[in-house]
Design a protein around this ligand. Structure first.
Ligand code: HEC
Length: 133
């Protein structure tokens, strides 16, 4: 009987060791919690950059300083700062082209993407573009 108890003790000790080795976070109910990469600490500027280079595909036509297909980001942001205009509104299709109206049709095609974005995302794009030096 004594040996049997010792055996049980050892078994539970070993089981404990194994379960401690697994680093799964659990919630209050003991369910495993997934470790996600959260973007909680992302600033609007960082979100804007991510959208500009990613989902928005804006970087294909807009570079920081050089004109490629579209005007440079700094050329755009200078004009928007001077005129105190809103890039976010323009991207919603609610503004007038202020930078290069003759090429507006090319830019207009992107409203399909930007109109599907949330206000937060459009504001982030604006914040990013205005921050580019
Ligand atoms: C296919 C190329 C192309 C892509 C992609 C593109 N643009 Fe443009 N963009 C242009 C051209 C060309 C102009 C100049 C015409 C104009 O000023 O409206 C322009 C102009 C602009 C302007 C100035 C508008 C004004 O007042 O004249 C802003 C702001 C802008 N783009 C933001 C963006 C953002 C944000 C994205 C991504 C969501 C983007 N663009 C994607 C070609 C592009």
């Amino acid at each position: 009987m004594k040996v049997y108890l010792q055996f049980l003790l050892i078994v539970s000790f070993v089981l404990n060791l194994i379960s401690c080795g697994k680093k799964t976070e659990t919630d209050a109910m003991g369910n495993p919690v997934e470790q996600k990469e959260t973007s909680v600490n992302q600033t609007p500027e960082e979100l804007g950059k991510e959208l500009f280079e990613g989902k928005g595909t804006c970087a294909t036509c807009h570079q920081a300083k050089a004109k490629v297909i579209g005007p440079s980001i700094t050329a755009i942001s200078k004009i928007y700062k001077d005129k105190k205009a809103s890039i976010a509104l323009f991207l919603k299709g609610e503004g007038e082209p202020l930078v290069d109206p003759s090429q507006y049709e090319i830019m207009k095609a992107n409203f399909a993407i930007t109109k599907s974005m949330t206000d937060e995302e459009l504001d982030a794009l604006e914040t990013y573009m205005l921050s580019v030096k």
